[in-house]
Design a protein around this ligand. Structure first.
Ligand code: NAP
Length: 361
């Protein structure tokens, strides 16, 4: 058996960082070697740094609990201990972009949750089942950065991770217009219902920047690669409304869709049933199978019942029916801090390892 790659989590103490820690507790390919966060946490054992704010079931995994948290800005120190890092810091966009580039230039690949580099044309923004081919822009990115192994790969926003997978196998029917309303959990804001009591018995119809991301990021995910850059797809036109709801985890989306060649209900269900991506073909450790689950019960998917499908990596679909304005409408659900954040990044890293982009130093 080949040795595991040594990985660091930068932003390890936050909501997404904690998910990384839990997903890396017994990962078959990756071994947690280093945790980093802000100067406030630096110097403390990880268990102490997250005391009182560990938000996942069970205790802090033993392999993380005893690690001393490093200052994320000490790039040399962190990079010296790992083959690559996951990044989930909550910093200003410019500062995040600079920090991630510093790691990449120190020959330490970065698989990031952050939005800072999502629009950098030679940075792949991947949903591994949808656009694994975008990894090829890493070669051009390495030339730009002057690195031999360092690069940045990002994952798209959590809000799009249910409806983009659902729409992807339907693109053959000429997807023209999409309207989507997302119902997003409080963990998407790095909070719990306990730490955000104003959300209990409440709905907030505004999430800063989320509608723009929900409308634009799918076009990069569905883009084509030309000359070492991702060129956005022109269609579909997407309009989004994003709403915060009093749910701990799980982003639900109500989706309306129009096609050039309207498929039948059976054709849509068959396209979903049959769809599998490269992660399924390669049997990557975190790949859910099936990727898309259609539930016949009209009252499903529900956040509480269905967000953990496929260990939180699968997408649950339901309520496919004709629409009076668009062609079809349906509901889609994904786990925002697993598939939408840390889990999606871990699956991306597995794909990048399988493709030969992530290697031991
Ligand atoms: P969070 O719970 O607020 O955690 C933020 C993390 O960043 C903590 O580890 C924190 O360390 C660290 N940090 C803060 N200031 C820092 C500094 N000056 N230097 C280094 N590290 C610093 O946030 P989150 O919800 O996990 O989100 C993290 C990132 O992922 C954000 O960019 C967010 O937009 C993105 N994201 C979140 C989700 C989600 O579902 N929550 C989904 C997709 C993407 P300390 O504990 O030491 O302060």
């Amino acid at each position: 058996m080949t040795a595991k790659l040594k990985v660091g989590v930068v932003g390890a103490t936050g909501m997404v960082g904690q998910r990384f820690i839990s997903l890396l507790a017994a990962h078959p390919w990756f071994e947690l070697a280093c945790v980093a966060a802000s100067p406030q946490s630096a110097g403390k054992p990880y268990a102490e740094a997250v005391a009182g704010r560990w938000s996942l079931p069970g205790a802090v995994p033993a392999n993380a609990a005893r690690l001393t948290v490093l200052d994320a800005a000490q790039v040399e120190q962190v990079a010296g201990q790992v083959d690559f890092v996951f990044c989930a810091v909550d910093l200003a966009k410019d500062a995040t972009a600079t920090l991630e580039e510093a790691y990449a230039k120190r020959e330490t690949p970065v698989v990031s949750n952050n939005s800072a580099h999502r629009w950098t044309a030679d940075v792949p923004m991947m949903i591994p089942e949808v656009n694994d081919g975008h990894a090829q822009v890493i070669d051009a990115q390495r030339r730009r950065l002057g690195t031999t192994r360092g690069f940045i790969s990002v994952k798209p926003n959590c809000s799009i991770q249910s409806y983009v997978p659902a729409l992807h196998p339907l693109r053959d029917f000429g997807l023209t217009k999409v309207a989507v309303c997302t119902y997003q959990a409080v963990s998407g804001a790095g909070k719990t219902l306990e730490s955000w009591p104003e959300m209990v018995d409440n709905v907030i119809p505004f999430i800063k920047g989320e509608e723009e991301k929900s409308e634009q990021e799918p076009l990069k995910v569905w883009g084509s690669v030309s000359d070492g850059r991702v060129v956005n797809a022109a269609l579909p036109r997407i309009t989004a409304q994003c709403v915060r709801v009093p749910v701990s985890d799980g982003h639900l989306a109500a989706v309306f869709v129009a096609f050039e060649r309207k498929p039948s209900k059976e054709q849509i269900l068959e396209a979903w049933r049959a769809y599998a991506g490269t992660p399924q073909a390669l049997k990557l450790p975190s790949a859910p199978s099936p990727f898309l689950n259609y539930l016949e019960d009209d009252a499903r998917p529900q956040t509480k019942l269905d967000r953990d499908a496929g260990n939180g990596q699968a997408v649950s679909l339901g309520r496919l029916r004709p629409d009076t304005v668009f062609d079809w409408k349906f509901v889609a659900l994904s786990h925002n801090t697993v598939r939408g954040a840390a889990g999606g990044a871990v699956l991306t890293a597995e794909l990048l390892k399988a493709q030969g982009y992530l290697t031991a130093k």
